[in-house]
Design a binder for this molecule. Structure first.
Ligand SMILES: Nc1ncnc2c1ncn2[C@@H]1O[C@H](COP(=O)(O)OP(=O)(O)OP(=O)(O)O)[C@@H](O)[C@H]1O
Length: 239
């Protein structure tokens, strides 16, 4: 398994944001769903080594995220929720900067490959601050995959994109999921249907579903993922 999470808990002050979750993931795209504040971003930040857990364990490609963070960073690519980018940098310059951090051999060749893969060729000479939101997301993705990680963590990568950009980014995620383990957080159910093999639904820090799409719908007696989501995460739904 590329990702193994066991009894993972994160407490902020007095609040349990993540409450003893366990799951595993392998090659393919895993949809990570849940209402606002459910604990998705917190889990993703722990997996990528950005924040420490309070208790429990998480492994990426066999490396412990708390004890072997350098190895974990080598194997993981992360596109955070608000996609922080250096707006004053040129696209190629920013990728060169990231290549330097990862000490990538033959960086120019790899940068050109990733520019092609993420559809950035026409915009590659622009400053990031001059790019549209969709192209900024592509730069974020390009940075995340530059060192060719086995695992990709994508936190709401398509929020605010127009339908054309959406299709492009989804195709890219599907393509990447053929060879990598991807955890994709999103609020767009259509997107989950389009790209995910498996789904985890998290509510108030706990996992309430972990299944493949078809089984999840069957178990909940509906053909709509949105209905499954509402049923499992909205306690007022049946009252
Ligand atoms: N740094 C922090 N300090 C205190 N509380 C935090 C911090 N970060 C997150 N939280 C709280 O932890 C809970 C889980 O937040 P998290 O961002 O993981 O949710 P999420 O599922 O990603 O939500 P969204 O869909 O809105 O992005 C929330 O109640 C949030 O307010």
């Amino acid at each position: 398994m590329s990702i193994r999470v066991s009894a993972l808990t994160k407490v902020y002050g007095g609040q349990k944001a993540v409450d003893g979750i366990s799951f595993s993931a392998d090659k393919g795209v895993l949809g990570f769903l849940g209402p606002n504040g459910a604990g998705k971003s917190t889990t993703m930040k722990i997996l990528t080594g950005f924040i420490p857990q309070t208790s429990g364990t998480a492994e990426v490609c066999g490396f412990d995220v708390a004890k072997q963070s350098l190895e974990v960073r080598r194997h993981i690519g992360y596109l955070p929720e608000n996609n922080p980018l250096y707006l004053d940098m040129y696209v190629k310059e920013s990728l060169g900067f990231i290549a330097g951090i990862h000490k990538i051999a033959s960086p120019q060749k790899r940068i050109d490959e990733v520019i092609e893969q993420t559809g950035l060729r026409v915009e590659r000479h622009k400053k990031i601050g001059q790019l549209s939101k969709g192209y900024r997301q592509r730069v974020g993705l390009a940075q995340a995959i530059l060192h060719n990680p086995d695992v990709l963590i994508l936190d709401e990568p398509t929020t605010g994109l127009d339908p054309n950009q959406l299709i492009g980014i989804r195709q890219l995620i599907t393509e990447l999921g053929k060879s990598k383990t991807i955890i994709l957080s999103t609020h767009i159910m259509q997107e989950v249907e389009a790209v995910c093999n498996k789904v985890i639904i998290i509510n108030k820090g706990k996992i309430v579903a972990d299944d493949n799409l078809q089984a999840l719908k069957q178990k909940n007696g509906t053909s709509s993922l949105e209905d499954v989501f509402i049923k499992l995460t909205n306690e007022n739904f049946y009252s």
